[in-house]
Design a protein around this ligand. Structure first.
Ligand SMILES: NC(=O)c1ccc[n+]([C@@H]2O[C@H](COP(=O)([O-])OP(=O)(O)OC[C@H]3O[C@@H](n4cnc5c(N)ncnc54)[C@H](OP(=O)(O)O)[C@@H]3O)[C@@H](O)[C@H]2O)c1
Length: 285
């Protein structure tokens, strides 16, 4: 797998603020950014692709019908870094593969449709498998998450679970006044960092959600999105985590529960931009 320099993404905060940074590959000394295959040209794929291309990523849409008029239009909208191919060709030429297909299509796609994905970053954006519970609200189907299943189907791929917001947010990350938080779970540090930088680059707020098994927690949390909608309220939700420097001051969780096994190797995420308040300023517990 190629190695990349991420200096080109230092301009991410400009994007979030609405200013236009220089196209990444036109900046002096910038290395090419990873090529991204976006498998599926539906709501998520067509929102994500143009934003990643704007950052400087070559974007290859992997479609069942790459010659279709709608796909050609999407490629044109993506600009000179955009192209389309079959799902397998797109995956073969990419470093990062985003699985922007219905969850029901994941198994066939990952086991047969993509070819070898060894060493590649495989991004799962699906919501968990749900069903209606006895009370009429949704519940998760028990068992492994989709991300864990993807990892089992492609054991040598570097699977990353990304809890993306509604696709309508992706081209306008500040539409609600703040950048929605995007929890990211993965076992592979470098893969997690790669995806975190892409998410920050498009102006969203990446959050390190721990190892891949936390994809289950993300899926449980995602059930909350359905509650107001099922209740018939005139509102849905997007997710924003407020970072608080209070807890590290007064809640010695590491002393209580110990440090996790990957402590020496936590991912480095782009800065959140918030300044921690000194412990003394909280005035005690
Ligand atoms: N929509 C959102 O706002 C949103 C938000 C968070 C998460 N998600 C998740 O993101 C994933 C994609 O959602 P979406 O809304 O983009 O879906 P979508 O609009 O239905 O698009 C999915 C695309 O996948 C391809 N596809 C469809 N059936 C396939 C199959 N059987 N095998 C292979 N490829 C197939 C199609 O592209 P081609 O015709 O070009 O092959 C299709 O346009 C889902 O897991 C969804 O839960 C969506």
């Amino acid at each position: 797998m190629r190695r990349f320099s991420w200096t080109a993404l230092a301009a991410a905060s400009f994007l979030a603020a609405g200013a236009a940074p220089l196209p990444a590959q036109e900046r002096a000394g910038a290395q090419p950014l990873p090529t991204v295959a976006i498998i599926g040209t539906g709501t998520v794929g067509s929102a994500l692709g143009p934003q990643l291309a704007k950052l400087g990523h070559p974007v290859i849409y992997g479609s069942r019908e790459p010659g279709r008029e709608a796909v050609r239009t999407l490629v044109a909208r993506t600009g000179p870094r955009g192209s389309a191919a079959t799902q397998q060709d797109a995956a073969a030429r990419a470093d990062v593969i985003v699985l922007a297909v219905p969850a029901a299509a994941l198994e066939e796609l990952v086991t047969k449709g993509l070819g070898r994905t060894d060493g590649k970053v495989l991004v799962d954006v699906s919501t968990g498998a749900m069903r209606k519970a006895a009370d009429g609200y949704m519940e998760l189907v028990p068992g492994p998450s989709n991300s864990e299943r993807v990892q089992a189907w492609a054991p040598r791929a570097r699977v990353v679970k990304v809890a993306i917001p509604g696709a309508y947010v992706i081209p306008q990350p500040m539409v609600h006044g703040v950048a929605p938080t995007v929890p990211i779970a993965a076992n592979d540090r470098a893969a997690k960092e790669t995806v975190a930088r892409m998410i920050a680059g498009i102006g969203l707020d990446p959050f390190d959600a721990g190892p891949l098994r936390f994809s289950r927690s993300i899926d449980e949390f995602a059930l909350l999105f359905f509650v107001p909608l099922q209740q018939g309220r005139a509102e849905g939700i997007e997710m924003k985590f407020l970072r608080s420097s209070y807890f590290p001051c007064f809640w010695p969780v590491r002393k209580q529960f110990g440090a996790p096994s990957d402590s020496a190797d936590h991912a480095t995420f782009p800065a959140t931009g918030t300044t921690p308040r000194p412990c003394a300023a909280w005035g005690g517990r």
